[in-house]
Design a protein around this ligand. Sequence first.
Ligand code: AGP
Length: 598
Amino acid sequence: MCGIIGYIGHKDILSVLISGLSKLEYRGYDSSGLCVQNSGNLTIIRKCGKIAELSAALSQSSLSGKVGIAHTRWATHGEPSEKNAHPHSDCTKSIALVHNGIIENYHSLKELLEKEGHVIETEVDSEVLVHLIEKFYEGDLEEAVMNALSYTEGTFGIAVMHKDEQRIVAARRGSPLVVGIGENEMFIASDVSAILNHTKRVIYLNDNEIATITNTHCVTKNLGGEILTKKVDEVQWTIDAIEKDGFEHFMLKEIFEQPQSIANTLRGRVVDGKVKLSLNVDVKNVKRIIITACGTSWHSALIGKHFIENLTRIPVEVDYASEFRYRKPIIYPGDIMVAISQSGETADTLAAIKEAKAQGATTLGIVNVVGSTIAREVDGGIYLHAGPEMGVASTKAFTGQLVALLLLALYIKQQKGEKLDNELLEDLQNLPTLVKQTLESSKKIIDLAEDFKDSKDFLYLGRGINFPVALEGALKLKEISYIHAEGYPAAEMKHGPIALVDSHMPVVFIAPHDSTYEKIISNMQEIKARKGKIIAVSDKGAEIQKLADIVFKVPSVRDELSPIINILPLQLLSYYVANVKGLDVDKPRNLAKSVTVE
Ligand code: AGP
């Protein structure tokens, strides 16, 4: 939800901090700031708006130093403003802090601190934390941070510095933090994208761990002060995986990356007619599966239900994580919870996992970000290996999740001793080629964007395994073009929504030639009769051409693969409509890539 970077070393500290922030901007971008220690003082610069504002403010600056921290914000407490931007400092401007998360006992801490004479200047919860550290500071920053955190409830990923100390103290609970190990330099960051062009050697912090870094050393402890030995990982992502590769936006790059990202999800997992997953969890006796997620990941969960029930006959329940966690859910012995999360940091999904674990469920994660909190919270899981998804609107992660869910369904079937359908496995292996073909043939969608950019409402309709594709297509359009769009089961139209249809209403049908095709055709006729403008995604030509105003032709594939193929033109439709409207496709208003607040 916010992005943090800290640096100790010999490089030009402003360029390290600013370039690191720009790689983290997708995590939140309503304000930003930095603090640099120089000649025994802390200099703090903060700006409202995107990081370009901060960069411009510093373009003539001669500010230099060896220790610094920086932050890009997605507001939770206190509106976006320069005053509320991080870093925050104590009354004597001796300590500076950047924070990602929410301090839940902020009010009681504020009262306590103000009674002791601290002047809290903003409504930002993070500010009380730096004053609490000041309260405990007696010459050792690490000790003061530990003491302060022992009184802190809620989530945090923090980096803290003191004007008199040549080190940075970082700690996490519920918000991600990674330490970067360089040559005579060290980094702290919310994720590896901020430091990848400096080092690939990283240490992932777990919850309730603290790291103190100098330019040559990193000491990690738990919040009780015990020293921990942590593994140094080598990051596999290359820096250009972060950059846009010549595309105008990350989202477009990631849409066209899907043949490769799907190939990466499949890599090494279908060998000689067998599905190979190292789940670390025994699935052969599972009696019930609960899949929980948010947003786009919830849409892939709905499709995962079809995969698992059709292939294994094991009952599957799908739940919004935010609903599951508060509903006093019933968990039976033998239940497995599957949590789906691209970022691996979504607070509601993490809380749902903890609730299920507390009641004895085994948990699996389907996650993209390696080393993320959810990935380390679950008992086992499947990494997408789709590479970083920088666009706020999820695209390649969605199709990667569907492939991972299909692999999971096949794996469970295999572990139950049942024979797998070799044709399905072959089609799955051929999927990247089909995805590439579909994307290539969908380029004509660019010309259509102009016709739809002024639409006020869209309906997306699908049936069966493609009903969630209607939901996902609608979400894509509304979250980046700000056009209202709703996804519905096609049969539901006659129960009310058809009242909305008139000649101004584009209605998108996902209409593969499957067992529901005839029904979808009659739904199209109902819309046609009311002069609705019909856009159809289909592998069928003739009948559809007569009824639909626009047809996005896709290859014929088996039912299990149709959602992955059918979503592709809808991803492009939403992208091109938003782009022709001149909107910031990668950073849509009010949204952030990782929702680590509840
Ligand atoms: C997707 O386009 C949305 N930006 C959003 O719904 C996202 O899918 C949701 O916040 C869940 O994120 P996660 O997969 O990282 O948990």
